[in-house]
Design a protein around this ligand. Structure first.
Ligand code: MGD
Ligand code: MGD
Ligand code: MO
Length: 672
């Protein structure tokens, strides 16, 4: 998008660009409303004693207080007693600086971020199969060229409206769209075929699709022989995955499974995409793996207009997972337990590799340990609002209250900032330069239009101020261009190699696709054409089997609960709940349930209901809709307080990715 300053007002307008093709969603149009919003924080806030009120303070006092608090915790309990929580909305520069700050200035292994809630299952499955995790290994415009497009657990009509133009293109060219979602969403309404499974059964569906493809003889034998390993075990496993069994588990009729398998396997170009509906499960990695197995067996990855991809969520969801705010990661998507990676990055940072901490733990494990005997006692939060967005949020909230020191950098008093001992007011997107990497792996510029208001500092300046007070080794520049130059060097030679990406090059072209090791060499819009970035150049099949949700339904909790998003609100809602136009469009939480279920419960449309799980409950008006399965209820997670969906959700996590099971748990519904 582009920004215009008209007198006092800043206006947002769409820009014609290959990704969004001149489209912008309502949240983009209204984003400038927050820049001069009355709720905007323009002075640091301090709490003098537990239970006291936050009061305004100067920057020196606030940063001195944070530094002293961090030092005290570190001296008493060691460096791992301090933790950092980041966000996928931060620019590449900020994500990089945050990871460096944690490892170098704090010396802690404990850093993780909200991308763990978001991309981690698809990322882990992609790494395992392809040796690389880039959401889409091809430009988004490829969607328009697919003969068949399978969307699993994605509702882009509400979550990525500009993407719908590519889907419209696809269908104008005669392509078929198939959507897998327990709800008949705005996206599913546009589909040629809608599969409506029980939540948590996508893995069974995927294995049945592969079973059908093999039975029908649709395997791409040459591709499997030349470009992959591990197929035999997958073949043996899916031989037992009968479509009738998948129908029994998921409720998707065998005939629809057959039609889907045929539509994918008997065309020239097919694309399979997953999003949070399939991924936010305690078996999310294996579910994505099952869809990757299907794509590999059909020979899709690496062929133009074909392949597997994952729809990345946040503004910098892709770049945010490459530069070291993940517990096990160093910049350039390097692993922190790889000696060569440690040596390279330590040299860029000017420290001894032995001084770099080892891997930390995934987000939920981290938050759940805060303030306990074995967990960190101080936490710095940059770009997330876990009081609303974390699974089993009441428990996370009480862990945050148990900390000796909670510091939140934000431009608003989010629900998490309300609990903080120190709140640091930071700049917004229109007030600082930087880069973001979109879902295609395309590195883009984000340009400053104006100075931050008086009293506000950038995240980079906050980190620099703290690093100086802590006497940290190495440099913490506040100029994003200097940070990006360092990031390029730190990423050089890594999987996400930005060495050849310069701001000038981004400006001269429509962004630059990583990996791009050389300033004069090509970038990489399409990956996997001839080889996969694995040691032997082949993609890896891996046999996976369906398993039930972590929490099965029972007599006391007989219904399936799932969560997600609505068009006019964003994430924890900290930003969008403050915008009048969006509040009008989506004023509050609700519980979507089928009229038959509502009839059995004696609940009328608009009547307040309670959704109760073993962990807690939410209260919100019922919204009756025949679009949802009668055995499942849905609530969006954008609201705090009584309507908070995450009071109910399950904190079971995927053993590989650490992804929580946001998309299914067992509940009962009652009139309030
Ligand atoms: N308006 C809006 N747009 C957003 C965001 C926002 O908060 N608001 N957030 C951004 C971010 S960070 C992200 S990650 C993306 C997320 O984008 P999406 O993944 O599209 O969003 P969700 O609504 O979380 O989930 C998609 C669908 O999964 C379905 N679902 C639930 N359980 C299951 C299941 O077990 N299997 C299957 N197949 N489907 C299931 C839900 O019914 C829902 O329609 O959106 C981005 N865009
Ligand atoms: N039940 C359920 N829960 C979910 C999900 C779900 O589908 N169901 N989805 C999960 C997913 S995919 C995601 S991504 C998370 C997102 O949930 P959160 O991590 O809570 O994300 P946001 O609401 O975007 O919070 C960002 C906060 O940081 C602030 N902020 C924005 N930009 C900056 C910046 O540049 N610097 C600083 N310092 N602060 C900034 C904002 O004002 C806001 O308070 O929620 C997860 N939670
Ligand atoms: Mo996300």
């Amino acid at each position: 998008m582009v920004l215009r300053q008209t007198g006092e007002r800043i206006e947002v307008a769409p820009r014609d660009f290959p990704t969004n093709r001149g489209g912008l969603c309502q949240k983009g149009w209204t984003a400038a409303d927050l820049l001069d919003h009355p709720d905007r924080l323009t002075t640091p806030l301090l709490r003098d004693r537990p239970g006291g009120e936050l009061r305004p303070a100067g920057w020196d006092e606030a940063l001195d207080r944070v530094a002293a608090g961090l030092r005290a915790v570190r001296e008493r309990h060691g460096p791992d007693a301090v933790a950092v929580f980041g966000g996928g909305g931060l620019t590449n520069e900020k994500a990089y600086a945050l990871g460096k700050f944690a490892r170098v200035a704090l010396g802690t292994r404990h850093i993780d971020y909200n991308g763990r809630w978001c991309m981690s299952s698809a990322a882990a499955a992609g790494m395992r199969a392809f040796g690389l995790d880039r959401g889409l290994p091809f430009p988004l415009a490829d969607l328009g060229r697919a003969d068949t497009l399978l969307l699993v657990g994605a509702n882009p009509a509400e979550t990525m409206p500009p993407l719908m133009r590519h889907l419209a293109d696809q269908r104008e060219r005669g392509g078929r769209l198939i959507v897998v979602d327990p709800r008949l969403t705005a996206t599913a309404r546009q589909a040629d075929l809608h599969l409506q499974p029980l939540p948590g059964t996508d893995l069974a569906v995927a294995n049945a699709l592969l079973h059908i493809a093999l039975t029908e003889g649709w395997l791409d034998r040459a591709y499997v022989a030349d470009r992959t390993t591990g197929f035999d075990e997958v073949r043996r496993t899916v031989a037992g995955c009968w479509p009738a069994e998948a129908e029994r588990l998921s409720g998707v009729p065998v005939a629809d499974l057959e039609a889907t398998a045929r539509a994918l396997a008997t065309v020239d170009r097919a694309i399979i995409l997953t999003a949070r509906g399939a991924e936010q499960h305690a078996k999310g990695v294996d579910t994505v793996t099952a869809f990757i197995n299907l794509a590999l067996a059909l020979g899709l990855p690496g062929r133009p207009g074909s392949g597997y991809g994952c729809l990345t969520g946040q503004g910098n969801g892709q770049g945010g997972r490459e530069h070291g705010q993940k517990a096990d990661q160093l910049p350039g998507y390097r692993r922190i337990d790889d000696p060569a990676a440690r040596e390279h990055v330590a040299a860029v940072w000017g420290i001894d590799p032995a001084a770099l901490p080892g891997p930390g733990v995934p987000a939920y494990q981290l938050l759940d340990s805060l303030g306990t005997a074995h967990g960190p006692r101080a936490l710095l939060v940059f770009g997330s609002n876990p009081v609303v967005s974390a699974p089993r949020a009441a428990r996370v909230e009480s862990r945050l209250r148990d900390l000796d020191l909670l510091v939140v950098a934000d431009f608003l008093r989010s629900e998490t900032a309300e609990l903080a001992d120190v709140v640091l007011p930071v700049a917004q997107w229109a007030e600082e330069d930087g880069t973001m990497t979109n879902l295609e792996g395309r590195v883009l510029r984000r340009r400053a239009l104006r100075e931050p208001p008086p009293g506000v500092r950038t995240d980079l300046a906050v980190l620099a101020g703290l690093a100086a007070r802590l006497g940290a080794p190495g440099a913490f520049p506040t100029d994003p261009a200097a940070v990006f130059a360092e990031l390029r060097r730190a990423s050089a030679g890594g999987p996400a190699d930005y060495a050849g990406v310069s701001w000038d090059r981004i400006d001269a072209d429509t962004g630059v696709f990583w990996p791009c090791p050389d300033e004069d060499g090509p970038d990489s819009p399409r990956l996997f054409a001839d080889r996969f970035p694995t040691p032997d150049g082949r993609a890896r099949f891996r046999a996976v089997t369906h398993r039930p949700a972590a929490e099965p339904v029972c007599a006391d909790y007989p219904l399936h609960f799932t969560t997600g998003r609505v068009l006019a609100q964003y994430q924890s809602g900290a930003q969008t709940r403050r915008i009048a136009a969006l509040r009008r469009a989506a004023p509050g939480g609700f519980v979507e349930l089928h009229p038959d279920l509502a009839g059995r419960l004696g609940v009328a449309d608009g009547e307040e209901v309670r959704v109760v799980s073993r962990r807690g409950e939410l209260r919100a008006p019922a919204r009756l809709s025949p679009a949802i399965r009668p055995d499942t209820v849905f609530a969006p997670f954008h609201w705090p307080g009584a309507a908070r969906a995450n009071s109910v959700t399950n904190d079971a996590v995927d053993p590989v990715s650490g992804m929580p099971e946001f998309k299914i748990c067992a509940v009962r519904v009652e009139k309030a």
